[in-house]
Design a protein around this ligand. Structure first.
Ligand SMILES: Cc1cc2nc3c(=O)[nH]c(=O)nc-3n(C[C@H](O)[C@H](O)[C@H](O)COP(=O)(O)O)c2cc1C
Length: 260
């Protein structure tokens, strides 16, 4: 390994660590400075909004946690046929759904997944090719309202999603493909640079919930870490490149979903 790479690895490893002496001199956080907390979630005003079912009792095919854990696996082949809207709704809710809004001044959400300081810095988008009752195209999950916003058709969707995922065709052709984005400032407002570690851990929890929820309703998924950042961000019409803007948002995780 070249020295340049060793140096890069050494620097990047620091992101995975907890508090060290280097953090002791940090400036006061934006939260401590009294700056307003960022919005709890993002909405795209003007987009058509679709209500989602919230009663999932009749679609659960496995309820035993042991069965779910034993049988969880990464699934890269899906049966022909669409997901039902209720299945998609269940998978979205399991991955990021809001159960309660708490707090008086600074509100926070309690969700189906944990998040450091309940900052919940993730957003969830879905590329749909086969979900009953939904047109093809790109959707954004309104977690607070448990609704979907339709962001529109995406030209050459399957090929572009596949290309963004380094040629993994099963991702582009899946009935539904989840794209998680991070809005880092939601966490940085309180945790500054340490937020980066927490945001990645948060994403892992969310995707694991998707795995387990899939297993419970006869669906399958596969975490996707191999994707090309600029192509993935362009697909969601997000700006590409480095930034420390408070409204900065970029893709951090992807997972296709289909029936098994
Ligand atoms: C962070 C992460 C990134 C991954 N990226 C990919 C990927 O890009 N393509 C893929 O086919 N599988 C990917 N996987 C799935 C792993 O290959 C899979 O979890 C591993 O082989 C173990 O198999 P299992 O999930 O069935 O237990 C990823 C898994 C994780 C957790």
């Amino acid at each position: 390994m070249e020295d340049k790479m060793k140096l890069r690895i050494m620097e990047q490893r620091e992101v995975m660590k907890g508090y060290t002496d280097a953090d002791a001199d940090d400036e006061v956080t934006d939260q401590e400075s009294g700056l307003p907390q960022p919005a709890l979630d993002k909405a795209c005003p003007g987009s058509p909004v679709i209500s989602l079912p919230r009663d999932f009792e009749d679609i659960l095919t496995k309820r035993d946690i042991m069965d779910v854990l034993e049988q969880r696996t990464s699934r890269r082949q899906y049966a022909d046929g669409p997901l039902s809207l209720k299945e998609l709704a269940f998978l979205l809710w399991s991955s990021l759904g809001v159960k309660k809004v708490i707090g008086k001044k600074n509100h926070a959400t309690l969700r189906t997944v944990p998040s450091a300081g309940a900052r919940h810095p993730l957003e969830l988008y879905v590329f749909v090719t086969g979900v009953e009752g939904l047109s093809r195209g790109l959707y954004h999950y309104l977690a607070l309202e448990h609704k979907l916003e339709y962001l529109g058709e995406v030209e050459d969707q399957e090929n572009r999603v596949t290309a963004a995922c380094c040629g993994q065709a099963f991702v582009g052709t899946a009935p539904a493909t989840f794209f998680w984005t991070a809005v880092p400032y939601r966490s940085e407002w309180r945790y500054q640079a340490k937020a980066q570690k927490y945001i990645l851990l948060d994403a892992g929890h969310s995707c694991e919930n998707l795995y387990l929820a899939c297993e419970a309703v006869g669906c399958g998924t596969c975490a996707i870490g191999a994707y090309e950042q600029p192509l993935a961000d362009e697909l969601l019409n997000l700006p590409t490149g480095p930034s420390y803007d408070n409204d900065s948002e970029f893709v951090i995780y992807i997972a296709p979903v289909g029936k098994i």
